[in-house]
Design a protein around this ligand. Structure first.
Ligand SMILES: *Cc1c(COP(=O)(O)O)cnc(C)c1O
Length: 502
């Protein structure tokens, strides 16, 4: 074929583009989807918090790879009928399981706009990167970090903690570790966190090549805060044994009961011992926006790095994890790598170094910054801080209701927004596990469980900005009702509102 023939033949072919033939059709469908999702959030209380997935619905999602197109309206019907009713439930105010943010309409819209731009934030010179830099700058200001600090959006705190371990590793061993591996010197490195720390820190030590045995899990006090004296003693024992302590991970809000380590004491100890001080602030670090909680985070401003999630207390839709490093140079020394096809220029689209791909393992990256930028701007930090303060007030109200109810027992001090308790009875662990499953299946609320000193606790983490007093009352009523059913106590008169004497 001649070039002219090829040109004609390509022109004659049906267009291969994925754009619609008629934009008006998709516009109408899109508007309907948008309306439906607003209705979903606006009327969320009319739905069960969570519904078990029926077998036939699950089976639908084991179909064959679609070779032929399905009409968009039909695909959307499947979404509405089979996906929406069986979602996690964390948009619902009755969701109190694990630590899940509630999301917002503003965040949803921003996510749609980000998808429309389809920006790749690995690097290059475009405004979406400046938006990410703006949020980094705001986060830096929130925590009082110096101007040379760096920050980057990642999936979540699990990833941010892993990256922090890697930055601490490079700081300890020098950047030659990136060519030689951790080697004999690296095999001597030891890290420290508390027994109440999140499991992803153990995993990070494993993935980073140190092995989880190189992580010392230090004892905690009655409030689940790291025992700083025990930490100091362990560090000195390890030094005497010829090991090289390099990293302490403090928790700002432990996942089981919401304890905040004494971050000021940890930072002082790390300065003295010349150790990297990382804070896992997955959900608790944003407590800095609450005037009531802020003093309890004192010391976080001295951290070498902080991991946090905007998708938890920040209410940004999933996912929006974040890592901030005090010394941006050390951050870049850990991840920046030259590549011919990623050449940086002084002008044109390839300008604007350094790029986010210099700050983490990802090259292609989505525009997580946009939904966070929208959230921070549309609500302002005072309003977001007030939401955080209120979740703690609701947790404290739940605590009071438990203390006033003889059939219930508090299992941990309520320090933040997490309440751990149980229904009293014989074989309490099995009983409370059943009660939690009963409540989840009822659709009334969705608490989760945790084990505290071998005791299974009903765990309510109040994170969602929509959660209100009535949701706390509904949880209490449900626990009492299912508890009575399970223990054969028969129908009990459950008060819908708190005792007047409170
Ligand atoms: C949620 C959480 C994590 C894990 O964060 P992801 O965003 O789920 O990866 C780590 N540490 C704490 C304290 C958490 O609450």
């Amino acid at each position: 074929m001649t070039i002219v023939q090829r040109h004609q033949s390509l022109q004659a072919e049906a267009s291969a583009t994925l754009d619609p033939n008629n934009w008006d059709d998709i516009r109408a469908q899109g508007h309907r989807m948008l309306d439906d999702m607003f209705d979903y959030a606006a009327n969320i209380r009319e739905r069960p918090v969570w519904s078990p997935i029926p077998d036939d619905v699950r089976a639908r999602f084991h179909s064959a790879l679609p070779h032929q197109p399905t009409e968009l309206g039909e695909v959307y019907r499947e979404f509405s009928d089979f996906i929406v009713p069986y979602a996690t439930g964390n948009v619902h105010p009755g969701f109190m399981g694990w630590v899940h943010g509630g999301g917002t309409a503003v965040g949803m819209l921003a996510e749609m706009l980000a998808a429309g731009l389809n920006a790749n934030l690995g690097g290059r010179d475009h405004m979406p990167i400046e938006v990410e830099r703006q949020v980094v700058e705001w986060t830096r200001a929130m925590f009082g970090f110096p101007t040379e600090a760096s920050g980057i959006f990642v999936t979540g705190t699990s990833m941010a903690n892993l990256m922090a371990v890697l930055v601490a590793r490079t700081a300890a061993l020098g950047s030659s570790v990136r060519q030689h591996g951790i080697g004999d010197d690296g095999a001597l490195l030891t890290a420290y966190t508390s027994r109440a720390a999140h499991g992803c820190i153990t995993k990070a030590m494993d993935i980073a090549g140190f092995g989880s045995n190189a992580l010392r899990n230090i004892a905690v006090d009655d409030c689940h805060r790291i025992d700083v004296a025990a930490l100091r003693a362990q560090i000195s024992r390890d030094r005497e044994a010829g090991l090289t302590p390099f990293l302490v991970v403090g928790s700002a809000g432990t996942v089981d009961i919401g304890a905040i380590d004494d971050l000021a004491a940890l930072s002082a100890l790390c300065r003295e011992e010349k150790l990297w001080f990382h804070v896992d602030g997955a959900y608790g670090a944003l407590g800095i926006l609450s005037p009531e909680l802020r003093p309890r985070l004192a010391g976080i401003e001295h951290a070498d790095s902080i991991a946090l999630d905007f998708h938890k207390w920040g209410q940004v839709p999933y996912d929006a994890g974040f890592l901030m490093v005090r010394d941006g140079r050390q951050h870049r020394d850990t991840f920046a790598a030259p590549a011919a096809y990623l050449r940086r220029e002084t002008r044109g689209l390839a300008a604007g170094a350094s790029w986010p791909c210099d700050l983490g393992p990802d090259l292609s990256r989505g525009f997580r910054a946009l939904k966070t930028w929208f959230t921070l701007k549309a609500y302002g930090t005072e309003k977001l801080g007030a939401v955080i303060t209120r979740t703690c007030a609701l947790a404290s109200y739940l605590e009071a209701r438990i203390s006033a109810e003889p059939r219930l027992e508090l299992l941990a001090p309520v320090q933040l927004n997490i309440v751990c308790f149980r229904y009293r009875g014989t074989d309490a662990n099995a009983l409370n596990g059943e009660i939690v499953a009963d409540i989840q299946e009822s659709g009334i609320a969705a608490p989760s469980t945790t084990l505290l000193d071998g005791q299974l606790a009903i765990r309510a983490a109040i994170v969602n900005h929509r959660t209100d007093v009535c949701d706390i009352d509904a949880l209490i009523s449900a626990v009492l009702e299912f508890g009575a059913q399970r223990t054969g106590a028969g129908v009990v008169d459950v008060e819908q509102s708190p005792p007047l004497a409170m």
